[in-house]
Design a protein around this ligand. Sequence first.
Ligand SMILES: Cc1cc2nc3c(=O)[nH]c(=O)nc-3n(C[C@H](O)[C@H](O)[C@H](O)COP(=O)(O)OP(=O)(O)OC[C@H]3O[C@@H](n4cnc5c(N)ncnc54)[C@H](O)[C@@H]3O)c2cc1C
Length: 309
Amino acid sequence: MALLDRAIVSALPAVPKPIVRLISQRYIAGERIEDACRVVKEINAAGKMATIDVLGEEVTTPEEARHIAYAYDDVFRAIDEQGLDSNVSVKLTGMGLKLAREIAKENLERTVRLAAQRGNFVRIDMEDSSCTDDTLAIYRELREEGLENVGIVLQAYLRRTLDDIASLADLTPNVRLCKGIYVEPLKVAYHDFDQIRANFFRALGALLEGGSYVGIATHDEWLIHEATRLVGRYHRVREQYEFQMLLGVRERRGDELVRDGHRLRIYVPYGEQWYAYSLRRLQENPKIAGYIASDTVGRLLPRRNGARA
Ligand SMILES: Cc1cc2nc3c(=O)[nH]c(=O)nc-3n(C[C@H](O)[C@H](O)[C@H](O)COP(=O)(O)OP(=O)(O)OC[C@H]3O[C@@H](n4cnc5c(N)ncnc54)[C@H](O)[C@@H]3O)c2cc1C
């Protein structure tokens, strides 16, 4: 399978852009903020919440980083004007982390303060392991400055994650827990599917035990099932956790979660950089290419059973 995934990825640059657009449009709202708002409205109408991510390619100047940070001003304004149920997700590299830590911190802090004025919330996505220390340190600094409307992401594939949960415990952090999307070396990350699942389960237990609000970000059926049992065991009411899924992935399963009374938030990326973003994400993790390819083929073929969602 890995070979097939890699073959799909290496063929991608040769695929005409309109076809890549056709495939990626299920996963990306579009190029403009209006596209994101239209998609969020549909999501809200289905009883789900959203988080909007402004796509940006790797930034090379402080101006580009500021441009991305300022794009969130428009997002907050649109959310308010249209009464959307959505927060935002940001990437610290987009805000300049690789240029200078202080640039990223300044851009993020401005965004979080703006969100606070509007009663909104900012989730800091977690990127590859070269960003983990800085991301967690900047998060701590903002919390220690008294900003409460900000949360982080922890990745279950990282060996350090349980230690991070312990060292963040004094902040009772608002955490999105996911498996992790980047290709990491074995010394920092588990590669084995079952070990990642087991660490996800342990991390979720530790976060619930510590009183954290958790965004359970997974499409993995086993984890969804175990997570619903765990939140029950910790007597969490509906407002004290949420499930999260990516736009266009397992939509019917998402509908079921909502019908069962859980809250669900959908990750909605948009931006002019959709093409570069799609290629980069696929090149970072060829497994996604396999998902998309099998999902697309699955949609074209008649369904043999009701399991796919
Ligand atoms: C809301 C949200 C936010 C995220 N934020 C981050 C982040 O900040 N940092 C980070 O490193 N990772 C992030 N991720 C990605 C995450 O780490 C995983 O890589 C991704 O969710 C796949 O893992 P899974 O738990 O769904 O399990 P998997 O076992 O990988 O997937 C379970 C099933 O879901 C389906 N599926 C999963 N992903 C896709 C896809 N892209 N396209 C089509 N089908 C798919 C497949 O059918 C697959 O068999 C986020 C994920 C979500 C849902």
